[in-house]
Design a binder for this molecule. Sequence first.
Ligand SMILES: Nc1ncnc2c1ncn2[C@@H]1O[C@H](COP(=O)(O)OP(=O)(O)OP(=O)(O)O)[C@@H](O)[C@H]1O
Length: 270
Amino acid sequence: MDAPAQGPTRDLPRLMSAAPILSMTGINRRFGTVVALQDVSATVYPGEVLGIVGESGSGKSTLLRMMNLEDSPDSGDYRLAIPGSAGNLFDLDRYARRMLCARHIGIVYQNPHLGLLMENSSSGNVAERLLIAGERRFSVLRSRAREALDASEFPLERMDARPVELSGGMQQRVQLAKAIALEPALLLLDEPTTGLDVSVQALVLDTLKRLQRDRAITMVLVSHDLGVIRTMADRVMVMRKGRVVEEGLADQIFQDPQHPYTQALVHAKL
Ligand SMILES: Nc1ncnc2c1ncn2[C@@H]1O[C@H](COP(=O)(O)OP(=O)(O)OP(=O)(O)O)[C@@H](O)[C@H]1O
């Protein structure tokens, strides 16, 4: 039997006393008869990594797409604590959503084709993000693209190579550079290392950890891989069939899972 719509939330010692940067409440989304999200709420605090884990079809990517304002729920409320933002972000029109995302939200998709123009140069892909946000000076575009690629540990001698010529790991680094170029308030990661060789996956995760440590970037990481979540996340939200069945600090979730589904996930991984 499933747990209630929003499952056991433990009394979390707050990572920070700061107010949340992201608050979502009562998100519902159906696709025809499929219930993708049912009364989902999520909170993210500045500087933390929230891991969202669950089996295929549990609603993880749909929720992340909502956070990136690519999709709207049937009902629900979404707020970000960023300058100039007030009210439910789902009420914004397409242009306002695009501008807000370009300026304040970065995203890395599992599939680089969703995040990159594969035939443009890598530096051009990063510069595109800066262009959308209004930067027009070529020298600034070039130097900021270079800085973001460097921070993503992309080999700068290849910055003019097209993503189509690059390995999967390098493509993810270009996506990452594009995502962080404007120092976003929120970095969304949708299975960023799935499909990469294990050794490449470890290197990309190392880069993400370093970025998180050095820049305190707030991240939401979606993965079906508990190992990836364990490596990266401060807090974990466990999803099943469109619902949050359990959430808590990562250590608590891994050492003392409460929901039978989380227990099965954790024990399967051990
Ligand atoms: N555009 C869509 N049209 C129809 N159904 C959809 C659409 N997007 C998602 N769904 C359905 O909603 C449910 C949740 O999908 P979602 O992709 O969010 O799950 P997920 O946990 O990310 O799974 P995966 O890891 O396989 O991507 C699934 O049943 C999926 O088939």
